[in-house]
Design a protein around this ligand. Structure first.
Ligand SMILES: [Zn+2]
Ligand SMILES: [Zn+2]
Length: 236
């Protein structure tokens, strides 16, 4: 349900006296200070406890699986929910409507799901948004999620370490298709300094892992020793 723009900036406790809190996904009444109603919260597709530590996909009954992370430069992956149903709607609401309370919820759930020892010595690094796309959209979910995770775990946030080069970059001579294909995944260290030894790379969704892999590769090449891929959602 759209929130009245004239009330923007009003403290949320005061706001809740004027407008009863509603669910960002379905518009139903939500408990105070909760961005989702009880039904949407119950419908979140939590990942099972047994997931592959390298790719974050569920693994059934101890059987081995063809791990897609075998080709990837990150050393482990964790996620909270499957990228479907209400979870996909939550991701869209943050991206398209700037639903900050949902981003806070995602960060809290991710912080709770990642064992503390995995983050020991780690810096939190968001997957960089495409410069053109983020300017058009205005909401950078990975950055919001990384900031929330850093705040909740006390780990340092390094949100200016990586950057994504747009297709306007140095690709003279390439066809348009080549530029687009390469441009989507050109990621580099912003500064020629060694990155932290351990990085927890943060994004909203882990789909093929290609973007996470490209970020991990740039960090590895810069001297990073261990890269974890942390996302709120995992495409199954
Ligand atoms: Zn709802
Ligand atoms: Zn796996």
């Amino acid at each position: 349900m759209p929130r009245p723009g004239s009330l923007a900036g009003m403290p949320s406790r005061l706001l809740s006296l004027v407008v009863p809190p509603t669910c960002w996904i379905c518009g139903a009444r939500a408990p105070e200070a909760m961005p989702l109603c009880a039904a949407c919260r119950r419908a979140l597709p939590w990942l099972p406890e047994r997931c592959c530590p390298w790719c974050a996909l569920p693994v059934a009954g101890g059987g081995s699986h063809r791990c897609p992370a075998a080709r990837h430069a990150f050393d482990g992956a964790r996620a909270v929910v499957a990228y479907e149903g209400v979870a996909a709607a939550v991701v869209r609401a943050v991206k398209d409507r700037g639903a900050l309370p949902l981003a806070e919820m995602m960060g809290a759930q991710l912080a709770a799901a990642v064992p503390g020892e995995l983050l020991r010595g780690a810096s939190i690094v968001p997957v960089p948004a495409h410069p053109i796309r983020s300017r058009m959209r205005g909401f950078d979910t990975a950055a919001l999620l990384a900031a929330e995770l850093a705040r909740r775990t006390g780990r340092p946030l390094e949100d200016r370490l990586l950057r994504r080069r747009g297709w306007r970059g140095r690709q003279r001579g390439a066809s348009r298709a080549e530029r687009l294909a390469a441009g989507r995944l050109r990621i580099e260290l912003r500064r020629p300094i060694p990155p932290p030894a351990v990085v927890a790379l943060v994004d909203d969704v882990h789909t093929t892992g290609a973007t996470l892999h490209t970020c991990a590769l740039a960090l590895r090449r810069g001297g990073c020793e261990r890269v974890l891929a942390l996302t709120w959602a995992r495409a199954l």
